[in-house]
Design a protein around this ligand. Structure first.
Ligand SMILES: NC(=O)c1ccc[n+]([C@@H]2O[C@H](COP(=O)([O-])OP(=O)(O)OC[C@H]3O[C@@H](n4cnc5c(N)ncnc54)[C@H](OP(=O)(O)O)[C@@H]3O)[C@@H](O)[C@H]2O)c1
Length: 266
């Protein structure tokens, strides 16, 4: 019996769109797809895209990259961007809905303005929905592909004072299930990754004591690295597990399985 484990994460010949890949986690996910041989569409604000492009080309001189800057809060901008991808032959085989409005600011449930609430939902839910719908309509004609939604433990166990973000991620998880159910018969697999603490450059600027407190909150005593998240996204997007449909993989250092952090456990 022979099982091919060497090539199962190859994305040669595939086109991948990672939303919010102009920096941080999205850029690391994009880099992993480049490493795996894909053509990658980088997405985010124009200024950050230039830097992201330069960073990737420094390591992967031969990388096939396309830059796409559209506001996820603007449905007509999303449609125009997908029209451009189609006309240039860059429609994605794989979509990673990674971009997010983090919902920071005056976002307590009682204080937030309806406009702020709508803004967060526009980006995290409606933007993700429209990108997924346009991608899936294309993939249906091609015979299949994969969509990975990047979610957060905040959708299950809310972060105090971030209700718009919490609600948007809970809704995104519902969307993952609905999409997976309706799209799998077309060969389009939809899965999601639910993240807890993720190491980003913001960890370099935390107030004294905050990092230590965060580490005590998780059984792994460490945030997830962007590289391990990127590897997991590649697995979810690959053809190696064709019946992995609608799964919501918890990659959170064990934060979600504990009743209370061990320091204050009963
Ligand atoms: N970091 C964490 O601890 C953590 C924890 C759990 C889940 N997550 C999830 O992981 C994902 C990535 O998080 P991150 O920390 O890397 O986020 P981040 O640093 O805030 O980056 C967000 C990305 O999304 C883009 N973006 C935001 N709003 C946009 C809009 N309206 N239109 C187009 N692009 C927009 C940004 O582009 P520009 O900056 O170029 O405008 C940027 O590339 C998110 O889905 C987040 O919810 C993160």
């Amino acid at each position: 019996m022979k099982i091919d484990t060497a090539s199962f994460l190859s994305f040669a010949g595939k086109t991948v769109l990672v939303t919010g890949s102009s920096r941080n986690l999205g850029l690391t996910i994009a880099a992993a797809f480049v490493e795996a041989g894909a053509r990658v569409i980088l997405h985010g604000s124009e200024a950050n895209l230039k830097t992201a492009h330069a960073q990737l080309i420094e390591t992967y001189a031969e990388a096939e990259l396309m830059l796409s800057s559209f506001d996820l809060g603007d449905p007509s901008a999303i449609e125009a961007a997908f029209d451009e991808l189609e006309s240039k032959g860059w429609m994605p085989d794989v979509l990673v809905n990674n971009a997010a409005h983090l919902g920071l600011g005056d976002s307590g449930f009682l204080e937030q303005s309806p406009d702020f609430f709508r803004e967060v939902l526009e980006v995290n839910l409606f933007g993700a929905f429209r990108c997924a719908q346009l991608t899936a309509q294309w993939l249906q004609t091609k015979g299949g592909g994969a969509i990975v939604n990047i979610s957060s433990l905040a959708g299950h166990q809310g972060i105090y004072g971030r209700s718009a973000y919490n609600i948007s991620k809970a809704a995104l998880d519902g969307m993952t299930r609905a999409m997976a159910q309706e799209l799998s018969s077309f060969g389009i697999r939809v899965n999601s990754l639910i993240l807890g603490y993720v190491w980003t450059e913001r960890w370099n600027h935390l107030a004294d004591g905050v990092e230590a407190r965060r580490r005590k909150n998780v059984p792994s005593a460490a945030p997830s690295s962007q590289e391990e998240i990127a590897r997991t996204v590649l697995f979810l997007a690959s053809d190696s597990a064709p019946t992995l449909v609608g799964s919501q993989v918890l990659l959170d250092g064990g934060m979600g399985i504990q009743q209370l952090p061990r320091d204050i456990g009963v």
